[in-house]
Ligand binder design. Structure first.
Ligand code: DC
Length: 250
């Protein structure tokens, strides 16, 4: 692991009160759980809950692209300059884990959830050299297993050998509704107009799905879960069932 990639186990519960038989790691296998899908499909909430239940680390790779976009904007790096952005991706002092997002020990967890960074992160994520640098960090963070990693290309490119691959999806209308009412995305700006959010989401989806370098796509061996009408609890339980099934075969 690089010195500048730090993951804390601070959210691991110490009370021993969790359902222990749901954790395949109890049987000696620390799995890699890859959760991919478009914005608003529920990846963040579900990945976090699954990681807590398993006592695994949760890594939000989207936050890495967002942090890079934030730092580039902060340092006035031109978003069309792939060489400068990939050099930044190599050297950036990044700490992304368990809901924390820090660059140079500066807390930017809220600052990266703005419409400007939504757009800028989709731009930086299109550059192959930027992706190579961030994918290397993601592999370093997850390779030992015991991790729930969410993103767009975790099951296809970052960890094609992940034991558990989930592709979360939901209808475009429901994804826009969730984004428009998500306080972590609308902090201080009130509830966003759903139609504006839907238009921006559609544009980012198009960018994520059509880029040449690791586009958003379902891994052939991923289990698809449509969360449009599912409660969070039911979606988490479905993922846990898949984890238990895969874990018991390890
Ligand atoms: O999941 P998110 O909305 O926070 O992701 C921000 C941007 O980064 C989005 O445009 C998709 C992109 N991304 C990516 O290309 N690959 C990942 N593994 C994670 C996110």
């Amino acid at each position: 692991m690089r010195d500048n990639d730090r993951v804390s186990d601070s959210t691991i519960p110490h009370d021993g009160s969790r359902v222990r038989d749901s954790d395949p790691s109890e049987r000696g296998s620390r799995l890699i759980v890859a959760i991919d899908g478009p914005s608003g499909a529920g990846k963040g909430t579900i990945a976090r809950a699954v990681a807590t239940r398993l006592r695994y680390r949760h890594i939000d790779t989207g936050a890495m692209y967002r942090a890079l976009a934030w730092k580039a904007t902060h340092d006035s790096i031109d978003l069309s300059n792939e060489a400068a952005l990939s050099a930044l991706a190599d050297r950036i002092n990044l700490d992304v884990a368990e809901g924390r997002v820090r660059v140079d020990d500066h807390d930017i967890a809220a600052a990266i959830r703005t419409p400007e960074i939504d757009t800028a992160s989709a731009v930086v994520a299109r550059y192959p050299r930027v992706r190579t640098a961030l994918i290397a960090r993601q592999r370093a963070l997850g390779t030992a297993g015991g991790v729930v990693m969410e993103g767009r290309d975790i099951g296809t490119v970052v960890f094609p050998g992940a034991e558990v691959k989930i592709f979360l999806d939901a209808s475009p209308e429901e994804r826009a509704r969730r984004r428009a009412t998500d306080p972590s995305h609308t902090a201080g700006r009130g509830v966003a107009a759903i139609q504006d959010v839907a238009t921006a989401l559609e544009e980012r989806d198009r960018s994520d799905r059509t880029r040449a370098a690791s586009p958003l796509t379902q891994a052939a061996d991923a289990v698809v879960i449509d969360t449009t009408t599912l409660s969070i609890e039911d979606a988490v339980e479905k993922v846990m069932e898949i984890v238990r099934e895969k874990g018991s075969r390890q």
